[in-house]
Design a protein around this ligand. Structure first.
Ligand SMILES: NC(=O)c1ccc[n+]([C@@H]2O[C@H](COP(=O)([O-])OP(=O)(O)OC[C@H]3O[C@@H](n4cnc5c(N)ncnc54)[C@H](O)[C@@H]3O)[C@@H](O)[C@H]2O)c1
Length: 233
């Protein structure tokens, strides 16, 4: 049992990850711009904060860490945004939005957590298959997730001397509320070799696995594609 910081816990894979850690009796510090969607647990510390704002994040996290017992054992950087953009539709504003949440957010949260992390702890960053292969209409999102993949490698190198591992997960199609709303999931499943999309809970299991030093202690700087053979690199 330990303490996990999970961003984006208000929805989709972040929520599934928070629920999995809570089920396994961990303390969970959930960071999201939204309110708790109804996760009930005495071990849940809900921090309503924007990952783009380093200063307020650091202050909010420091008090939550104290309440949760003083240390952080796992960090899951799940919060992310994915509005479509092309050369025609990109603006400075949507560039800042996508890169600030998806890239700066990972850096801000990791920087705020590291002072509370001991050897054996781990960070898991959410990239996407779109960070490895090009996806039509995802000009800035794909670039932001490629940045997450490279930041994962750099941070692994930088934090290895502290005994902190940093890995990534690059999901393909996952049955999240956002994807369900597009109405394209059933169609997408037909072209995925394993014949289905992933469930958020099975992605959460990989956060659990990657952050376990007894099972994944030699996996560091890697971003794992979980796509049902849809994307192979
Ligand atoms: N859904 C997919 O199929 C899929 C595929 C590949 C990668 N991903 C990536 O996985 C991650 C989770 O995706 P999802 O579909 O579960 O997301 P989601 O949209 O269901 O949930 C994202 C959560 O992040 C929060 N959030 C957004 N901006 C924030 C900010 N600035 N500060 C704090 N919290 C913020 C939102 O409030 C929301 O609760 C994202 O990084 C996404 O890019 C998703």
């Amino acid at each position: 049992m330990g303490t996990a910081v999970i961003t984006g816990a208000g929805s989709g894979m972040g929520r599934a990850t928070a629920e999995l850690y809570l089920e396994r009796d961990w303390q969970v510090i959930a960071v999201d711009v939204s309110d708790n969607p109804g996760i009930e647990s005495a071990n849940l510390h809900w921090v309503k904060a924007d990952v783009r704002n380093r200063e307020s994040l650091e202050a909010a996290l420091a008090s939550a860490v104290k309440a949760a017992g003083g240390n952080i054992d796992a960090v899951a950087n799940v919060a992310g945004v994915f509005p479509p953009t092309t050369l025609e539709t990109f603006t400075e504003e949507n560039f800042r939005f996508i890169f600030d949440v998806n890239v700066l957010g990972v850096l801000n949260v990791t920087a705020a957590c590291v002072p509370h992390m001991k050897p054996g702890s781990a960070v898991v960053n959410f990239a996407s298959v779109d960070g490895f292969t090009v996806s039509r209409g995802q000009l800035l999102y794909g670039a932001s997730k490629s940045a997450v993949i490279m930041i994962t490698k750099s941070l692994a190198l930088e934090l290895a001397p502290k005994g902190i591992r940093v890995n990534g997960i690059a999901p393909g199609w996952v049955a999240t509320p956002g994807n369900a709303a597009t109405g394209r999931m059933e169609e997408a499943a037909k072209s995925i070799p394993v014949g289905r999309v992933a469930q958020p809970s099975e992605i959460a299991e990989w956060v659990w696995l990657l952050s376990d030093p007894t099972k994944a202690g030699f996996v560091d700087g890697e971003t794992i594609v979980i796509s049902g053979a849809d994307v192979m690199r």
